[in-house]
Write a protein of this length. Structure first.
Length: 215
């Protein structure tokens, strides 16, 4: 797990080094997909962490609103601090959101939902989080709405790099319910919930982007 630090010294605006490395490649995959989504629609980011992705990407996507969320109060404070720092008007105030307990429609969203995204979530949460995400995301999205997932995955039951195997062991040593997921299991779960087969894009550092569209 990457260490977070506070570059501002105010104790709120946290920085994750990985966000600087992956934000452009994530944007390059995500932004073309948004051209088919209605103007004014909402990107709902689960587990936004520091809030840096929202602060960086949202100003570059002026046709859409961006709803960051997290389960951690320190992260929520950081998200809002980055929001104020960048003055990105399309970024909505951070919400506390627990996928296991909360609904995408309660409280009311500020715009029609078009995209649900989660970056580096599935491997640092129990498998039930992935299952619940699929179960709740599909009915919340309109036909053609998107689910975007980014992170490391196994393929055919095997790690794609030795560094991922080491990372997986480290995750499981922290929490036995964590770990790098089988991509095929994630896809099966999403398709069972009502999504089409994903567009799979290999990313730097042995990660992948999975873009699912609702049937």
């Amino acid at each position: 797990m990457a260490q977070l630090f506070d570059p501002s010294g105010d104790g709120k605006r946290l920085h994750a080094p990985a966000s600087m490395r992956n934000r452009d490649v994530i944007f390059d995959v995500l932004s073309p997909k948004l051209k088919s989504q209605p103007t004014g629609s909402l990107i709902f980011e689960i587990a936004s962490g520091t809030g840096e992705h929202a602060a960086y990407m949202a100003p570059k996507l002026p046709r859409h609103l961006w709803q960051p969320s997290d389960i951690d109060s320190q992260h929520i404070a950081s998200i809002d601090a980055w929001r104020h720092e960048t003055a990105a008007q399309s970024v909505q105030p951070a919400r506390h959101f627990n996928i296991l307990k909360d609904s995408f429609h309660a409280p009311q969203l500020p715009a029609p939902l078009a995209v649900i995204m989660a970056v580096n979530l599935l491997h640092i949460s129990p498998w039930v989080v992935a299952e619940t995400l699929m179960e709740k995301a599909c009915p919340a999205l309109p036909s053609g709405g998107l689910l975007y997932l980014y992170g490391p995955y196994k393929r055919g039951g095997a790690h794609t790099a030795e560094s991922n195997a080491q990372f997986d062991a480290s995750l499981k040593s922290r929490d036995s319910s964590w770990g790098i997921r089988d991509m095929e299991s994630v896809i099966d779960c999403a398709e069972s919930a009502g999504f089409r087969s994903p567009e799979i894009t290999p990313m730097p550092a042995n990660n992948f982007s999975l873009v699912f569209a609702k049937v």
